[in-house]
Write a protein that binds this ligand. Structure first.
Ligand code: SF4
Length: 406
């Protein structure tokens, strides 16, 4: 599924409704394609397999599919144990019918971050524009030309800042709206919105305590918006959408960075996200939460390094630290909802990103592990993880909490 070249950093930042890039944004895109392809269809049948079948109900996959096919009716089936080898942990078959006869069908893989692949077809998700596929290649390119990572993105994508400007507006709106809301999140778990409470707890505190609470409040705000089907930006996924906006909003308010500075940080983070997407995975169903939150933390650490003006070696170190300490992180969402542990996890990763950038600044170029090495490690670890810990809600917290709270 991984290509030779690398696509636009825009594909890392998708603006859309939560709660899941792979379970709602991807299926929504697939439904729209099939609906367009078969305008005469009277019924669509969707068979969800793998992780889509196991956590699709909690993530709202069936709801999104029905809404996307409407007004044409659709039937959704959940097949947890497929009788064939799945090409991807998030696989679905979509069949179009008219007068009881099959018009056509497609097997679709929702590969993470809202991207989909149709079996046997080449679906354009933006063109391949970056020839460098690893971080070390990008670093060599930048060092030779004495440019920053954001300038590397700018060189290949002239209109990048126009798009990132919209991304930043939506990110800020998701922080603001999340802070203004209270109440219980949907899904039946009884999870309360807590962003405003944490924000209030940050007031009149010492600097260090206030920083910690403010960053967490922002991460909660965006993640709670995501859990409530609000509009967010994947960074790089819906489940991990709170990390990057939290640190950028905090740093802009604290240090007075201009929007242009923030857009350059977003471009930098996008390049880092793209490296993970190209060489490993952004999918919790494929590699566990390390692929989502770990990548978000690396992106945030790189963005903070750009804002702080760290050199490229230190920036790489920061992104590497951020990923390294998420290795092995499982995806075990309780009841298949993107709430426990997802919301708190965004806040913890945002604080960790600040820590990683700070450590890299202090430790300089003493790192032994390259970013490419840690990305490869994350991927191999993810492949080795039991499927119980890859967005199936069959193990870990989902299982234990579920048993204790029946
Ligand atoms: S545990 Fe992580 S990967 Fe799994 S749904 Fe939550 S945020 Fe996404």
């Amino acid at each position: 599924m991984r290509g030779i070249f690398v696509k636009s950093v825009k594909v890392i930042y998708k603006i859309g409704k939560g709660p899941s890039s792979s379970h709602t944004m991807g299926p929504q895109k697939a439904a729209n394609i099939l609906k367009y392809r078969y305008p005469e269809a009277e019924l669509f049948r969707v068979i969800l397999y793998g992780s889509l079948a196991k956590t699709g109900l909690g993530h709202g996959t069936d709801r999104v599919l029905r809404e996307s096919f409407a007004p044409i009716p659709s039937e959704i089936e959940f097949v947890s144990e497929a009788e064939f080898e799945l090409p991807h942990a998030n696989t679905m078959d979509i069949v179009a019918y008219r007068e009881g006869k099959e018009l056509g069908r497609s097997r679709v893989m929702s590969v993470g971050g809202g991207d989909i692949v149709l079996e046997g077809e080449r679906l354009e998700e933006g063109s391949d524009i970056y020839e460098e596929t690893s971080f070390s290649e990008i670093l060599a390119f930048c060092k030779k030309r004495k440019i920053r990572l954001c300038e590397y993105a700018e060189l290949h994508e002239e209109d990048i800042y126009e798009y990132l400007s919209e991304v930043w507006s939506v990110m800020k709106a998701s922080v603001r709206e999340g802070l203004e809301k209270s109440g219980i999140l949907p899904g039946g778990l009884g999870v309360e919105r807590k962003a405003a409470k944490i924000y209030e707890a940050s007031l009149a505190q010492t600097d260090a305590t206030a920083e910690n609470r403010l960053v967490c409040a922002y991460a909660f705000a965006v993640s709670e918006q995501n859990a409530d089907n609000g509009t967010i930006v994947t960074a790089p996924t819906c489940g991990s959408c709170g990390v990057l906006p939290a640190v950028l909003k905090y740093m802009q308010d604290k240090k007075g960075y201009s929007d242009k500075d923030i857009l350059r940080a977003l471009a930098t983070a996008g390049v880092v996200g793209n490296v993970v997407k190209r060489n490993a995975s952004l999918s919790g169903a494929e590699c566990g939460c390390q692929a989502e939150i770990g990548t978000a933390c690396s992106m945030a650490a790189a963005a903070l390094s750009e804002l702080a003006g760290l050199d490229l070696d230190r920036l790489e170190y920061a992104a590497e630290i951020a990923m390294e300490h998420h290795i092995g992180l499982t995806c075990d969402p309780v009841c298949g909802l993107v709430q426990i542990p997802c919301i708190e996890r965004n806040a913890v990763a945002a604080i960790r990103a600040i820590n990683a950038a700070d450590l890299a600044g202090v430790l300089g170029d003493t790192n032994k592990v390259s970013f490419d090495t840690i990305v490869k490690t994350m991927y191999e670890t993810g492949i080795d993880l039991s499927s119980r810990y890859k967005e199936t809600s069959e193990g870990g917290l989902a299982k234990i909490y579920g048993t204790e709270n029946q």
